[in-house]
Ligand binder design. Structure first.
Ligand code: UDX
Length: 429
């Protein structure tokens, strides 16, 4: 099948690469000519395990192409997947400008019946407007469908190759059949439903996962005050299959390009529909308070941070990505700097993306050991595997003071305390 993907972000690029790998002819379109130029020269705009190899394999066999031109492939494409960003506006609602511009361009280039798939996360009423735009720009028959995306950064390839579910929101049997054919080889439950339900599944799922994390963080904060160990408590709780163990890891809170944005958008969507979804506002509040709690712990232990040297381990919003959007590290660094600390940091791959945002406000190091040198405290902010394997005896010997603030409960408190660290986890009694 010839397929066009609009938008070469995480969703578009990964989806395009995987669909090309299952022998479709895929064109990835982006209005950012520099990005397309760089993709055509073999560079990948972000780090995602396994993606570079798949892109290389498929571009070398001419199944995957990158272009700025809508007219090159849309006239011959059976399916167009729109994967452009829907960032947050000041008032929390999703900014749909990119989506509306993209669908207009797509509509103007249609030549025969095409299935238009919206993969971007969209408020429910968006499809009315999208239909209006398409109708105003073409007479060609089409069907507009919603296939929300559930891939996670850092495991995007795996999630796309083996999804748990494929959601197809459509009122057209013809479009549904074509999409079922496109995803024929992929495993996962098929959820065929109406358009509003498809979009709601995405918001409801992301908001629930974020709620689980904030619940875990609130429990951890109580554990901290009553001497309980949050790790034991949350694992104990998670053994109940109705609850489950995943997404109950307390820490410095969730970040990334999805949870904060989708929560804010869903609060606004609910409000516009006359439902006061206060629970989600609390989820967001708990999440931002985790950063304050973490910094408070540091100032309580160290006193004034004026002139203190703080080392940060991990900048990415989670391991296996170089993405720092809404990363807890940035908010923590911001507070530390305003309290007069000097900050140095190391991340296995997110230093370059952080440098673009923070510039020379902090010092960047090339290993955890360099960060430890002369530090008054070390802060573990992203739980990269490499940090699990650190020679902690060496780390401690390099530090000026042995304060270790573990924002992801990566270390065993007894072990690190026995090595002479003054250790603070999240909710570890
Ligand atoms: C999320 C959804 O999981 C995915 O289905 C959707 O398509 C996009 O949004 P992603 O943002 O890539 O994916 O990351 P995810 O693994 O969900 O983690 C989000 C944040 O929550 C990270 O900052 C992570 O550190 C944090 N987190 C996760 C916790 O703090 N505790 C947990 O137990 C789990």
């Amino acid at each position: 099948m010839t397929i066009t993907i609009i938008g070469t972000g995480y969703v578009g690029l990964v989806t395009g690469a995987i669909l090309a790998d299952s022998f479709n002819q895929v064109y990835c379109v982006d209005i950012d000519s520099k990005k397309i130029e760089s993709l055509n020269s073999g560079a990948i705009p972000f780090y995602e395990p396994g993606l570079a190899e798949i892109i290389k394999r498929n571009t070398s066999q001419d199944r995957l192409k990158f272009t700025t031109s809508y007219s090159e492939s849309i006239p011959t494409s059976k399916i167009v997947l729109i994967c452009v960003g829907t960032p947050t506006r000041e008032n929390g609602e999703a900014n749909l400008d990119y989506l509306f511009t993209a669908i207009e361009e797509v509509a103007q280039n249609l030549k025969e019946y095409t299935v238009l798939v919206i993969k971007s996360t969209t408020p429910i009423e968006t499809f009315e407007k999208l239909n209006e735009i398409v109708k105003a720009n073409t007479q060609v028959p089409y069907d507009l469908t919603s296939c929300p995306e559930f891939l996670r950064e850092g495991s995007a390839v795996k999630d796309t190759v083996a999804p748990e579910k494929i959601v197809i929101g459509s009122s057209s049997q013809k479009a549904t059949d074509l999409l079922l054919e496109l995803f024929r080889e992929f495993p996962g439950e098929r959820i065929i439903c109406d358009l509003p339900s498809a979009q709601m599944i995405k918001y409801a799922a992301n908001c629930f996962l974020a709620t689980k994390i904030s619940y875990a963080n609130a429990i951890a904060n109580i554990c901290e005050r009553c001497g309980a160990d949050s790790k034991v408590v949350l694992e104990g709780m998670g053994t109940d299959p109705r609850i489950g163990k995943s997404f109950l890891n307390p820490g410095v809170g969730f970040g990334g390009s999805c949870f904060p944005k989708d929560l804010k958008a869903f609060v606004k969507i609910s409000e516009d529909l006359g439902v006061n979804f206060q629970l989600l506002e609390e989820v967001l509040k708990i999440n931002s308070a985790q950063i304050d709690n973490f910094v408070h712990k540091i100032t309580q232990a160290l006193g004034s941070l004026e002139g203190k040297k703080i080392g940060i381990l991990g900048l990415a919003f989670k391991p296996n990505t170089d993405d720092i959007r809404e990363a807890p590290s940035l908010k923590i660094i911001d507070q530390l700097l305003s309290l007069g600390a000097t900050v140095c940091a190391y991340d296995p791959i997110a230093v370059a993306s952080t440098q673009k945002v923070l510039g020379e406000q902090i010092e960047y190091k090339t290993s955890a050991y360099e960060v430890a040198e002369g530090a008054d405290a070390l802060l573990l902010v992203t739980e990269w595997d490499e940090f699990k394997e650190l020679d902690l005896v060496r780390i401690k010997s390099l530090m000026r003071l042995p304060f270790l603030f573990d924002g992801r409960n990566l270390y065993d408190p007894q072990t690190v305390k026995s090595l002479g660290f003054t250790y603070f986890g999240v909710g570890r009694g």
